[in-house]
Ligand binder design. Structure first.
Ligand SMILES: CC(C)(COP(=O)(O)OP(=O)(O)OC[C@H]1O[C@@H](n2cnc3c(N)ncnc32)[C@H](O)[C@@H]1OP(=O)(O)O)[C@@H](O)C(=O)NCCC(=O)NCCS
Length: 248
């Protein structure tokens, strides 16, 4: 099912973070915060530092450090651990999970970044995928839709014009990518092979997979005026959603 959750303003997180079952927590991170790079870089693991140093430009190294450091910081708060003690495992197509996450209601998360923003999503015991994209008004939507959308989605997008076309493209795109990330398959599953609906309950014709993801929900999110976000989670639409701005 796809519909819109009620969006409240992004706000500072409370001192005591409580994540209840059936609720989603979304976090927005500004990646260009030069004053925090050193501190956030300090919690990265050796393999993350290696990844960071593969970026050619310092702006990209800094964004990586802030993104991973913020993720570790927030995971540490949920798990009551130090940020540097959080350990990750990776699925067959690169989806990160928390190592040793075996509680009754394990914490699930996902993260996405685009330009100078990142979006993180957290739920208990339900797979989640998130996506954020900088909306580019100059994107050749007709060509990109040919390689990324089903024919139903493409017809809907191309029947619109101007800003409405751009908005509709990015709503589909972020929901589709979040769906692929919830499943952990990413682009190994052809995004043209399934259709999403942006209005009301929907039947998604997506190939089945090992885990039972038959019931799932999606909603798009306003991250910033130029940034479209979305999350998709296993099961029905969450009962509520909290919107937090990351701050050290
Ligand atoms: C998942 C995927 C669509 C993400 O694309 P992207 O343009 O990097 O998009 P985003 O910014 O939204 O997401 C990046 C984050 O998603 C997470 N991620 C990576 N692979 C993932 C997957 N298969 N499923 C869910 N999340 C994934 C990571 O946290 C990553 O952040 P990081 O690069 O800082 O570690 C893309 O990486 C993909 O298709 N991967 C599968 C293809 C594959 O098997 N690649 C080989 C990697 S082992």
């Amino acid at each position: 099912m796809s519909s819109r959750i009620e969006q409240s303003p992004w706000r500072s997180s409370p001192e005591q973070l409580t994540l209840l079952r059936g609720v989603v927590h979304l976090w927005r991170i500004r990646l260009d915060v030069t004053g925090q790079v050193t501190q956030l870089q300090g919690v990265l693991s050796a393999d993350e530092l290696t990844r960071m140093n593969r970026y050619r430009y310092s702006r990209d190294r800094d964004r990586f450090a802030v993104c991973r450091g913020a993720l570790r910081n927030v995971l540490g708060r949920y798990l009551d651990k130090k940020a540097e003690e959080v350990e990750f495992l990776y699925g067959p197509h690169g989806k990160p999970f928390i190592a040793g996450n075996r509680g009754e209601f394990p914490l699930e998360f996902n993260i996405s970044h685009s330009s100078n923003y990142a979006l993180m999503g957290f739920m208990l015991d339900r797979a989640i995928g998130v996506d954020v994209e900088l909306m580019r008004a100059d994107l050749d939507i007709e060509s990109v839709s040919l390689v990324s959308m089903s024919s139903t989605e493409r017809n809907d997008i191309l029947s619109r014009s101007g800003q409405d076309r751009v908005d509709t493209f990015y709503r589909y795109w972020t929901c589709k990518e979040a769906y692929l990330k919830m499943r952990g398959v990413g682009m190994t599953l052809d995004p043209r092979s399934f259709s999403m609906s942006l209005a009301g309950p929907q039947l998604v014709q997506a190939p089945v997979c090992d885990r039972n993801f038959e019931v799932w929900s999606s909603s798009w999110v306003d991250v910033e005026p130029d940034f479209r976000g979305a999350f998709v989670c296993e099961g029905n639409l969450p009962s509520s959603c909290e919107f937090y701005d990351f701050q050290l």
